[in-house]
Ligand binder design. Structure first.
Ligand code: MIG
Length: 803
């Protein structure tokens, strides 16, 4: 074997020396006798590395990338220099140094080392595994921290741990369980306050080691496929996630109702039960927008059918529920029951839509319906068929679909046999390669089916398993958790982690799926989940009821208050969602993503932000009447008491059963809706803007559209950016408006918090009002009503007003 470094202890091989290189536009090929490295400059801060050990590249195809090809930015400048026998690829943000033996080191524009190969690219020949095992190993930098990887339930900072991605139905998982449901091979490193990310776009079983095996080495590898990764430089961690979204895509705006509260259980049936749940929600005045119906609505668990003894007329029922302000979401699993009388089975068989084993027979597996075949969602034709089945199905009026069991999960065998064949969009392969994308492709077909039949209204899809890029199609939940305090903590971590891994539209089963939940746990969980974009109670139904009123007082009132708060904060939540749609900005922000220059944040994990303007910290212990909270930089107002605290310190926060640590950043202009029982219940005649005074400056964005239709995609939306500027004796708000959506209200009601001087006058554009025209709200806050299109508003201290 002619290799430059032959390790006798393993069969691992490393590249020989580069003999030549060539450039094609933004691609650089480096040729060794057998191996090739291809470096693509995707953007000034994004480099892609593809390495093939044995002379040929596979087709360049990935489900992670959006269907529409991302164009290379045309401002892109780069060059290659040969320096001291090395190649230097230089962009405006990075210098990537490549040695003749293909060792990579990457520096920022200030010459600071960001990432450096340890052994770098290496591989092991493994014909029985369908090719090579491909490895990359990098040195861990001084004090480096690691974050990301999707739904892993472990502690937030991944340093010292090891993981794998192999979608698994992990009923009742634990903190140390791995792999889990989702497969997101993307992580970030942070050292010296500088952040970068690595997206290892390989759908085989991928593994990651963050200094577990060797404390100073970070490696990632896969049993098959290519060593194909993107390096994304921040240095701001939020920008790293945005760079990742630039590669893997962003979701669309969901209908606003989907950001409301959802109530679910395995299972609400028959029709009378669904109705009585709806009725009780309204009677208890607990806001709710959607009810979920689990597998028992189907006829013998056959997808796209209804059990007509339980639901005699779904169309009528769904319409009646809609009149009460409830949307209906139903579950769909991938298994198609083997039943010669069943249309989906017949169509699948006739057209060859089901997965086959290597030697030809149809693949079979046991799931809820009994023995099933499984659509090969990696075939475009099959996805088209599946999406087509929604036409008839959606005549019932269902508003959303929830995909389950798509890891894919089988009851007896875990998952599909490894030799199961998949079309993989023309890149024919075995289950080893398709396993981790199966759920994503199912949710893709589901999303298209929903969209086709709901257009011009927006669809809602939810999925349990997915792969990188799946955020384009569906929201996700964290799967079958437990009713325990530890699982409240786990849900908190998972939602933060998924958010920074590209999936912000995320939530957990509030109160836990398995086991008996108690009132206090349910209440605390609800208070946290009110800040998770996907907001749903779901439970297995085996251990009593888990509805917002199930635990009696004081819990019902506290739960109502948390859900009502979510509805009040809706315009803010919606605006934060818009940032994700626009830029891929994560919605839920771990502390170290808010303040990455403060090392104190690197290992904190219970506090989190929702957008830039709020920090929440759930009460995660039974019987607690408060807790310590660490606040990031800036000044923060306690939402309940309006008390102001300095950031970058830990403070004790007192709570009652209906309050929890919730802080608003000084300088925020926070829009709030009135409490509604469901989105659209009330006409918005005036919009409240809560103004949290600042000495200094901060801007807040309010995004608005009709909340339901695709018109926003044609530009029918508007943004209002409010810049708050506080100087000695003056608080000024400037509004900059963009877009053509006409907000339904005419006025803002401004509510001022934390104003530190006695106002003498208010100047709104060119008009002056004496301060006594300001009203006093409850708790003595200043309130005033102004035209929604004001441009500049100034509150002046008495002496300033007179001069
Ligand atoms: O084998 O559809 O995670 O949310 O209620 C259990 C029944 C199948 C697992 C899902 C859960 C759902 C349940 N499903």
């Amino acid at each position: 074997m002619e290799v430059s470094r032959h390790h006798s202890r393993s069969r691992k091989r490393s590249p020989q020396l580069v003999q030549s290189w060539k450039q094609e536009e933004n691609q650089f090929f480096f040729y060794c006798p057998e191996t090739i490295l291809l470096v693509t400059i995707c953007d000034a801060h994004i480099l892609r590395f593809r390495f093939c050990p044995e002379g040929w590249f596979e087709d360049d195809f990935s489900y992670a990338l959006p269907e529409e090809k991302v164009e290379v930015p045309d401002h892109l400048n780069f060059e290659l220099q040969e320096v001291d026998g090395q190649y230097h690829l230089i962009t405006s943000k990075l210098t990537c140094k490549i040695t003749k033996s293909l060792h990579i080191s990457i520096f920022n524009a200030n010459g600071v080392l960001i990432s450096e190969d340890e052994r770098g690219f290496h591989w092991e020949r493994h014909p029985t595994l369908g090719g090579n095992i491909v490895y990359s190993s990098k040195k861990i930098q001084e004090q480096e921290n690691f974050y990301g990887l999707g739904d892993k339930p472990e502690r937030f900072n991944l340093r010292g741990l090891r993981f794998e991605n192999w979608g698994s139905d992990t009923y009742g998982f634990e903190k140390t369980s791995d792999p889990l449901y989702k497969n997101i091979p993307f992580f970030m490193g942070l050292h010296h306050g500088l952040g970068y990310g690595i997206f290892f776009d390989n759908s085989f079983r991928t593994r990651f080691d963050f200094g577990h095996e060797r404390s100073d080495v970070c490696s990632f590898w896969s049993k098959g496929g290519e060593m194909n990764y993107y390096f994304i430089y921040g240095p701001n961690l939020i920008n790293v996630v945005e760079g990742y979204a630039q590669i893997t895509g962003k979701p669309e705006m969901p209908p606003m109702w989907a950001l409301g509260y959802h109530q679910s259980k395995w299972s609400y049936y028959p029709e009378e039960t669904v109705k009585s749940i709806g009725k009780e929600l309204r009677e208890y005045q607990i806001p709710c927008d959607a009810l979920h119906i689990d597998i028992d609505y189907m006829d013998g668990f056959r997808c796209f059918t209804w059990d007509h003894t339980r639901f005699p007329d779904p169309r009528r029922m769904i319409a009646e529920m809609e009149n009460e302000g409830f949307k209906t979401v139903v579950i769909l699993d991938p298994g198609i029951k083997i039943d010669r009388e069943y249309f989906a089975y017949k169509e699948g068989i006739e057209n060859g839509y089901f997965c086959r084993r290597a030697d030809g027979p149809l693949m079979q597996g046991n799931v809820w319906p009994g023995m099933c075949h499984f659509p090969d969602f990696t075939s475009p034709e099959v996805r088209e068929w599946w999406a087509g089945l929604f036409e008839e199905f959606m005549k019932s009026g269902v508003h959303g679909v929830w995909n389950d069991m798509n890891e894919p999960a089988l009851i007896d065998d875990g998952t599909f046999p490894q030799d199961t064949r998949h079309a993989y969009d023309g890149h024919y392969c075995s289950h080893r390669k398709a396993h981790n994308v199966y759920g994503m492709q199912m949710s893709r077909a589901t999303y298209h089916g929903l969209k086709k039949n709901s257009f011009p209204r927006r669809p809602f899809a939810l999925t349990r398993s997915t792969y990188a890029g799946g955020q384009r199609y569906a929201a996700v939940w964290t799967g079958d958790n437990l009713a325990s305090w530890e699982h409240l903590w786990i849900a908190n971590i998972q939602c933060q982690r998924l958010s920074i891994s590209g999936f912000s539209f995320v939530g957990s089963d509030i109160g836990g799926f398995i086991g008996e939940c108690k009132g206090e746990l349910y209440t605390r969980w609800m208070q946290m989940a009110a800040f998770h974009p996907f907001f749903r109670t779901h439970s297995s139904g085996d251990h009593g009821d888990q509805e917002p009123w199930s635990f009696g007082e004081p819990y019902t009132s506290a739960v109502r208050k948390a859900i009502a708060l979510r509805y009040q904060l809706m315009p803010y939540v919606y605006s934060v969602f818009w940032r994700q749609v626009q830029e891929g900005t994560p919605m839920i922000l771990p502390l170290c993503f808010i303040d990455q220059h403060d090392p104190e944040t690197y290992y904190r994990m219970e506090e989190f932000g929702l957008g830039n303007h709020m920090v929440i910290c759930p009460i995660s212990r039974e019987g607690a009447d408060g807790r310590y909270v660490y606040l990031p930089e800036g000044q923060w107002f306690n939402y309940w008491t309006k008390e102001k605290s300095e950031g970058r310190q830990e403070l004790w926060v007192d709570t009652t059963i209906d309050t929890f640590p919730f802080f608003i950043k000084a300088g925020t202009v926070l829009p709030q809706y009135p409490v509604q029982q469901y989105i659209g219940e009330k006409e918005l005649e005036i919009l409240d803007l809560h103004i949290y005074a600042i000495e200094g400056q901060l801007s807040s964005e309010l995004y608005e559209d009709d909340g339901d239709y695709y018109d926003y995609a044609q530009g029918n939306y508007s943004t209002r950016v409010f810049s708050l500027l506080g100087t000695e004796g003056v608080l000024e708000i400037e509004q900059r408006r963009k877009g053509r959506f006409n907000s339904p209200y005419n006025q803002f009601r401004l509510v001022f918090h934390g104003l530190e001087f006695v106002p003498g006058a208010v100047k709104v554009d060119d008009e002056i009002f004496p301060a006594d025209e300001l009203l006093r709200g409850e708790d003595e806050t200043l309130v005033m009503e102004v035209d929604k299109n004001f441009e500049r508003l100034r509150i002046l201290r008495l002496d300033k007003a007179n001069s």
